[in-house]
Design a protein around this ligand. Structure first.
Ligand code: PLP
Length: 337
């Protein structure tokens, strides 16, 4: 089976992305960092504390640091389940559905009930994914966000979901919009990127450029990313979820099929999948696994035939005191299709 057989998204059964997340109030923002910043800004005070996992991409800290809020980390175990400290008092808890796999709500229930904190579901990775009760990830707590651009080849875009009427945010919409530029961008998204393999080639081309310029095929996160929010915080007023139509059922099937396919082709290569089970409603963002760094070259050689590759994750925050050894053994194979 060739990877290319997974990458054609052009079908006649397209559905609007807005139709799926419209049971909650949703806003399209540029990035999840901006959505998180907005949630923090309008719902916390300056002396409030955020409790978040230390197994996380450092970029998300920028939302907290811009507002000079206090924060405390909790660790996760090897199954990426939380190790919560009940002695911690927090005003907001961040729960991360790693790689599109749902966190078990039972593991947070007592903590949330006892602290009465605002709970935010970081579902940056979990576009279209659901838990075993068929609940859409991102809609299960007070609010959530989904980095749409990480799963679908569009420039930026994160869905900020508000499930609790008490949570306030501002919709950050650009006042002056350059319509010609915007129309061109939408044309590219609709007719080129969303429709077929061109998106994949653009992605591989960007990766090649990065390798030539920065000598690394991976996106390099800098200390600035941890401290500063992205510059483009306002979204074009004509940009809306109604603009994006995809065959969502096909997306789900392809992601699940690709997960099982990768499991099969790399199972003998010192790869330990982080999640051994693919529950019926999970829509994986990628194939995440543990391995030693020395095995990566061999794994990439196998994946190359299918146009697939490996990325280390995450770029950890700089201020973690003690890093559990398995944190540095996490890699994933992206399905940006
Ligand atoms: C778990 C997680 N949450 C949030 C973010 C931030 O997402 P965005 O790039 O949409 O701001 C990232 C990635 O950087 C991430 O990996």
């Amino acid at each position: 089976m060739k990877y290319s057989s997974f990458s054609n998204l052009y079908t006649n059964k397209k559905q609007n992305i807005n139709n799926i997340y419209n049971t909650s109030k949703n806003y399209l923002m540029t990035y999840s960092r901006i959505a998180f910043y907005e949630i923090l800004k309008h719902n916390l005070c300056s002396n409030n504390t955020v409790y978040l996992p230390n197994f996380i991409c450092k970029d998300i800290l920028s939302s907290i640091k811009e507002l000079k809020l206090k924060y405390i980390y909790y660790e996760v175990d090897k199954n990426l389940n939380p190790i919560l400290d009940f002695d911690v008092n927090c005003d907001l808890l961040l729960i991360v559905n790693y790689f599109g796999f749902p966190q078990n709500k039972d593991l947070f229930k007592y903590f949330i009930n006892s602290k009465k904190c605002i709970t935010v579901e970081d579902n940056s990775h979990g576009f279209l994914s659901r838990d075993k009760y068929n609940n859409l990830l991102g809609t299960r707590y007070d609010c959530g966000f989904i980095s749409l651009y990480k799963s679908v080849l569009i420039g930026n875009g994160s869905i900020c979901i508000i499930n609790n009427n008490k949570i306030k945010i501002n919709n950050l919409v650009e006042k002056n919009t350059n319509n010609i530029y915007f129309s061109l961008k939408m044309f590219c998204i609709r007719y080129l990127i969303l429709n077929d393999k061109i998106g994949l080639y653009i992605f591989l081309f960007k990766r090649m450029l990065r390798k030539i310029i920065f000598k690394s095929k991976y996106t390099i996160s800098s200390l600035n990313d941890e401290n500063e929010l992205p510059k483009n915080i306002f979204i074009n007023k004509n940009y809306s979820l109604n603009n994006f139509s995809l065959d969502l059922d096909l997306q789900i099937k392809k992601r699940r099929k690709l997960y099982m396919f990768i499991m099969e082709i790399i199972k003998d290569e010192f790869v330990e999948p982080i999640f051994n089970e693919l529950e019926p409603h999970t829509v994986p963002f990628c194939f995440p696994f543990y391995t030693d760094k020395k095995n990566i070259l061999k794994i990439e050689l196998i994946l190359k035939k299918y146009n697939l590759f490996v990325i280390p994750w995450p770029s950890l925050p700089s201020d973690i005191k003690k890093i559990p050894s398995f944190y540095n053994k996490v890699f994933y194979i992206p399905f940006k299709i």
